[in-house]
Design a protein around this ligand. Structure first.
Ligand code: SF4
Ligand code: ZN
Ligand code: ZN
Length: 319
């Protein structure tokens, strides 16, 4: 099959637009979709420093490459962040992929090592599998905010795709979890000076497009899943279900996301949050006296000391 725009060999057929694309036109198409996100949410990137969250996986490699390319023609700066969770084999191989990506994109990347910063690895928390993932999510979100603040970044970009976001939206509908539902947009503006804006530049890009892009462009990524991933979760099953619907109705995921975006303000009106205060340990915004991050660190290490030490020092290391 030939690319719709040139004589090159197509590497993907985008069903929702009925377009075969070669690697360079796929890149152009993906960059256009990333720009659409910034335009739709009126995110002003000029003179901003954006923290690119890297996991070593395909989607963050795609996102990093597209954001780096955009930064070369637009007026903003990007730096990468890899959080080393200390998961045997998985974290080592992911870090190697990030190091290769950093060289191939000429992207400056910082790492933060959990053991060095907080004194423990995710694997030795003693938690059960599901608890590990919810603790890991809270720790990663907090460390991204920490890195952005320490490094002077105003926006954090993550590699979530259209498939991830729609699966989480469906999960929130199923469980009627309105508090989670309102947070699932492609962009969440900064909360205050301590919580930077969070954007998902691949919000209009599918996982398949992302995979074909990294493979056809030869960008490094680590393809194994974290050993703690569970395929039994509601979000994983929601993703499988949406893939089946998308196969029969190409474009349905994008339609679902667009409709969600229209209704998001309505959902926001239905949710009541307790007023935000400052965590009495770390000073970060929290709905409770002690934030979830500090509570988890205390549960694992027996004290809050490592949180205080982390804020007194800079644990970001440049690769
Ligand atoms: Fe963390 Fe769970 Fe994801 Fe592994 S699967 S990186 S433990 S959230
Ligand atoms: Zn082409
Ligand atoms: Zn705290």
């Amino acid at each position: 099959m030939k690319c719709k725009y040139c004589n090159g060999k197509a590497v993907i057929y985008v069903r929702r637009t009925r377009t075969p694309l070669c690697p360079s036109h796929l890149e152009e198409y993906l960059i256009k979709n990333v720009v659409k996100v910034f335009k739709h949410y009126r995110i002003d990137l000029s003179n901003k420093k954006i923290l690119i969250a890297l996991s070593g996986g395909k989607d963050s490699s795609t996102m990093a490459s597209l954001m780096k390319k955009l930064s070369e023609v637009e007026d903003f700066e990007v730096v990468g962040l890899y959080i080393d969770l200390g998961i045997p084999k998985y974290s080592d191989y992911s870090l190697k992929a990030v190091e290769k990506l950093s060289r191939s994109l000429d992207l400056e990347v910082r790492t933060i090592n959990l053991r060095e910063a907080l004194g423990f690895n995710i694997s030795d928390t003693g938690f059960k599998r599901r608890t590990i993932c919810s603790a890991c999510g809270i720790i990663k979100r907090y460390l991204m905010n920490y890195a952005a603040l320490v490094d002077g970044c105003q926006i954090i970009a993550t590699g979530h795709t259209l498939d991830d976001i729609t699966a989480y939206i469906l999960k929130s509908y199923i469980t009627q979890d309105l508090k989670s539902l309102v947070k699932l947009g492609v962009y969440n503006p900064p909360l205050n000076k301590l919580i930077p804006g969070k954007v998902k530049p691949l919000g209009y890009v599918s996982e398949k497009e992302s995979l074909v892009y990294v493979l056809s462009s030869n960008y490094p990524f680590y393809h194994e899943e974290c050993p703690y991933v569970s395929h039994e979760t509601i979000e994983f099953q929601a993703k499988r279900f949406l893939n089946m619907v998308e196969a029969k109705h190409p474009g349905i995921k994008l339609y679902m996301l667009r409709e969600y975006e229209k209704n998001r303000q309505l959902y926001e009106k239905l949710v009541e949050y307790p007023p935000l205060r400052r965590c009495k340990i770390c000073g970060m915004p929290s709905q409770r006296e002690v934030c979830s991050f500090c509570s988890i660190v205390k549960r694992i290490t027996g004290s809050y000391d490592s949180v205080l030490k982390m804020w007194e020092n800079n644990f970001l290391r440049i690769i």
